[in-house]
Design a protein around this ligand. Sequence first.
Ligand code: ZN
Length: 109
Amino acid sequence: MSIYEEVEFEDLDYDPVTQIYTYPCPCGDKFSISLEALWDGEDIATCPSCTLRIEIIYDEEDLPPLRDDDDESGGEEEEEEGEKKKQDEKGEEIDHNIASVLQKSLTVK
Ligand SMILES: [Zn+2]
């Protein structure tokens, strides 16, 4: 197998979620190589749709740290709060109207 192209590490597209580097292939697909493979010393990225492959020019100093401890839960926690409050109270409000007090002031002189 021949190398289609030598690609600088900086020119690769990186997906931090999958930790896979990709590079557009002329066939329309993408070369891909995982970060783990790069740490293992592999520098050949292959295309899943054709036989082309690229050689990646990189130094290990350029590689981001490989996350190996990824056992944390995905954070899928569903909290079901079954609080059902039955409100049978009748909210009757009685308005107390204060009757106006008529003061009859008889001024007798
Ligand atoms: Zn291809």
